[in-house]
Design a protein around this ligand. Structure first.
Ligand code: DC
Length: 216
């Protein structure tokens, strides 16, 4: 495996922004794996399926066009909720695994952000971050992003609590910090400060990785 950066954390922790910043700094391609689950959730709803039907959701996951993740419908609150529901199914996770694994194994390295990158998808990644923030701070950030939907802060906070519970409580690849992931709590940080802190953590990991992969 080349230089892979695993960025995990709960909803609206800032991990996506951190991953994109790292992508620029290290000139690596970034995969937002949440979009895969969002695409499956939206796909199930669009064809009138049941989000709790594992077989159905897994068939949608198997047929997913991973090259078409730019649909704005994947960014809505409803899509996040649907994603979290299909993500509990082991068969859905399995169907999405090969694509994520291939992305991680591409030549030159890659960055993936999600919930189980450092634990399941790329446990051997040379750099791992676990990005978090308090539920209130995360709700505030997500609420600002969702302003156009007319949602209240209280509704977004309730969503965040519910999603944390579902993502961390599920049996299949729950959200947990990998033992060797560096914790980055962004509660008190601006976006720039968080990006800066992440860059320093990854630069240190890269120096260690380069030293250990040097021949002789
Ligand atoms: O990161 P996000 O909010 O876009 O993720 C949406 C949902 O997808 C999240 O609540 C749980 C699921 N997910 C997952 O189970 N594993 C991942 N690697 C990424 C997302």
């Amino acid at each position: 495996m080349d230089f892979v950066i695993a960025v995990d954390g709960p909803a609206a922790s800032g991990k996506g922004t951190v991953a994109v910043g790292l992508g620029r700094r290290f000139a690596l391609p970034v995969l937002d794996t949440g979009l895969l689950y969002r695409a499956v959730g939206v796909g199930v709803v669009r064809i009138g399926g049941d989000l709790d039907d594992e077989g159905f959701a897994a068939r949608v996951a198997s047929g997913l066009d991973a090259g078409a993740l730019e649909d704005p419908a994947f960014r809505t609150r409803a899509a996040g909720e649907a994603a979290s529901r299909v993500a509990v199914h082991p068969a859905v996770r399995q169907a999405l695994k090969d694509f994520q694994r291939m992305f991680a194994l591409q030549k030159g390295g890659a960055i993936l952000d999600g919930r189980d990158i450092g634990t399941v998808i790329a446990p051997e990644a040379p750099a791992k971050l676990f990005v978090t923030a308090s539920p209130e701070v995360r709700a505030q950030r997500r609420w600002k992003q969702l302003q156009a939907e007319g949602t209240t802060y209280q509704e977004v906070l309730a969503d965040i609590h519910k999603r944390d519970e579902r993502d961390s409580g599920r049996a299949a690849a729950p959200l947990v910090r990998a033992e060797d992931a560096v914790l980055l709590d962004t509660s008190q940080m601006t976006i720039d400060e968080a990006a800066d802190a992440a860059r320093r953590i990854v630069e240190a990991a890269r120096a260690r990785w380069e030293a250990s992969s040097r021949p002789g």
